[in-house]
Write a protein that binds this ligand. Sequence first.
Ligand code: ADP
Ligand code: ADP
Ligand code: ZN
Length: 216
Amino acid sequence: MKILVMGPPGAGKGSQSSRIVDDYKMPSISTGQMFRDAFNRGDEIGIEAMRFIKKGELVSDDITNEIVKRRLHEADAEDSFILDGYPRTVNQAKALDEMLDDKGTKLDAVINILSSHDVLFERMEQRRVCKQCGETYHLRFKKPEVDGVCDVCGGELYQRPDDTHESVERRLEIYETKTKPLLDYYSEQGILYSVNGMQPFDKVYADIVEILEDLS
Ligand code: ADP
Ligand code: ADP
Ligand code: ZN
């Protein structure tokens, strides 16, 4: 299965993808997470990307396409993968179609997680992320057992530098203008499915599983 999880920032793409990874044993490819990991390692590409990320701007299509292309060539992404947060522009979607075409394959489904702006603002304000493994928490809805410490790896939890009110506003604006047009792009291909992301975690996941089970 080759699937793409879409939705505005804070919709729950990462949280839902990580459950799909566990249950379906397929890798998740999150461009945001790849950029954050590269930054934490001190890699040039991560440092360059973080200049844009902090302000809520998109990283350039060229850099982003390149890291995805490299990742798709790794062995574990041969048969199945979940793309989380990529593509985000029509140019990226076209580049992805080409990459998959070169491998003689295509996307099976695009799952779009819907949410209102109020809910998204609240979620990003309360989001905390593990510096070490990337696991995501919410101060009310998914509290770590010990404050500030990751349940999975014991790493330190931090607030992403782009989860400030200003940056969130900019990211939502960019989502509306640059990313939303992709919904038409995939709807025309007949592979777009939507779920209501404002429901509890388990219900959103159950709705996604229903879509995935229908595919297989
Ligand atoms: P995205 O990857 O789309 O930006 P995340 O998965 O990081 O979204 O979720 C954003 C924040 O909202 C996190 O703090 C997460 O724990 C929380 N969250 C995600 N889905 C839900 C949900 N269905 N109900 C309540 N909180 C949620
Ligand atoms: P969220 O799900 O909260 O939007 P992500 O972790 O997916 O956060 O992305 C964080 C940031 O990384 C984005 O706001 C953007 O600056 C950058 N980024 C991630 N994916 C892409 C992409 N496909 N194209 C350009 N920039 C990206
Ligand atoms: Zn961790």
